[in-house]
Design a protein around this ligand. Structure first.
Ligand code: AHM
Ligand code: MG
Length: 349
């Protein structure tokens, strides 16, 4: 090669390496409007939070005070892990003095957290689960973070976040970060679903896949079958159905984000139905089920509580829970048909 020849770097790989998350958001919106700039900057801060959490997780067993419980119990009555607290604080810190997000609401906080210096201009709320599947942290398995962005339209007069009690269609962006063998961020701003891989050598999330489509059907069913005794007959019948038919395989990691990520890529269904102990199930609507429903619908899938679309459910409180059936269209519809048949029979129709 003479010095005048173009270096042999394939053009597309350079383009891909330069497609960072913030640039991708602007490309998606095809605009440099103030709203587009805001969304791009918010995604950039979420990415920073993901990098900080990933860095700490990667050293978890090597550093003091990362693994184990704090001894506290959160608003959900669950024991709080040190990593839950760290990750919760990381999301708050990255938005301080950003002028972007005025308020954050998470699984770990009773009430929304205000960043007053951002509030005059930052009319956005971030809803998030800082570490989803935190029981996996201490055994060095995958966990995730889930997030959604909503625009603040009304005033939150008593600081309880009652103005957030709206359906999931109010979300303007949603996604998750999965901390697995590599760290991956998957997001949607209502223009399809796209994934980004953290390149540790660059410290950047780089475009991995655009316009991800979930298969209409897949082999995986993902649920905690240890709850069989606590399920109602519809879910038991569905489970018996998959046990008795060829072509199904069970996968359940105890961490929602990883289980949903598998289903997004390969198809299938994830279920967390109501149980005797928790009739509304375990998963929280505003910062777990609704963001994932937004994402999965954007990928061509479905998310339901068995009777109703998740994105149409209006929560009655900040930490409201809902049964969740989510994944490939046909597989979610099959679970719904069991639930709705039982409902019809119970109503005498
Ligand atoms: P967490 O956010 O407190 O970790 O709880 C949510 C997790 C999900 O990731 C997972 O699907 C579910 O809880 C597992 O619950 P169970 O152990 O009851 O099957
Ligand atoms: Mg969670």
């Amino acid at each position: 090669m003479t010095s005048l020849q173009t270096p042999a770097i394939p053009e597309h790989s350079l383009d891909r390496d330069c497609t960072t998350l913030s640039r991708h958001v602007l490309q998606q919106l095809q605009s440099f409007s103030p709203e587009a700039q805001d969304l791009s900057a918010i995604m950039n801060r979420i990415a920073l939070a993901g990098k900080l959490v990933a860095r700490r997780l990667s050293r978890a067993g090597l550093m003091a005070d990362v693994l184990g419980f704090t001894g506290e119990t959160n608003i959900q009555g669950e024991s709080v892990k040190k990593m839950d607290v760290y990750a919760n604080d990381v999301f708050i810190s990255v938005f301080k003095q950003s002028g972007l997000v005025c308020r954050l609401a998470s699984e770990e906080m009773d009430k929304p957290y205000y960043i007053p210096e951002n509030c005059p201009i930052g009319r956005y709320t971030l809803l998030y689960d800082p570490i989803d599947g935190s029981s996996n942290v201490d055994i060095n398995l995958n966990v995730g973070s889930i997030f959604a962005i909503r625009q603040q339209k009304e005033d939150d007069l008593d600081g309880e976040g009652n103005d957030l009690l709206k359906d999931g269609q109010e979300q303007i962006a949603a996604g998750y970060i999965v901390y697995g063998p590599s760290t991956m961020l998957v997001y949607s701003i209502g223009h399809g679903v796209h994934s980004f891989l953290l390149d540790p050598s660059l410290g950047e999330f780089i475009l991995a896949q655009e316009n991800i489509k979930i298969p209409d059907h897949g082999p995986v069913y993902s649920t905690n079958e240890g709850n069989f005794w606590q399920w109602d007959d519809a879910i038991r019948d569905y489970t018996r159905y998959v046990h008795r038919h060829e072509g199904y395989t069970a996968r359940y990691s105890g961490a929602l984000v990883g289980d949903i990520h598998r289903i997004l890529m390969q198809g299938g269904v994830f279920l967390y139905p109501g149980t005797v102990k928790k009739p509304e199930g375990k998963l929280r609507l505003l910062y777990e089920s609704a963001p994932l429903a937004f994402l999965v619908e954007q990928a061509g899938g479905k998310a339901s509580n068995g009777m109703k679309r998740i994105l149409d459910i209006v929560p009655d409180k900040l930490h409201a829970r809902s049964p969740l059936v989510i994944g490939s269209k046909e597989d979610v519809s099959l679970v719904e048909s069991f639930i709705q048949d039982h409902q019809r029979r119970a109503n005498g129709n």
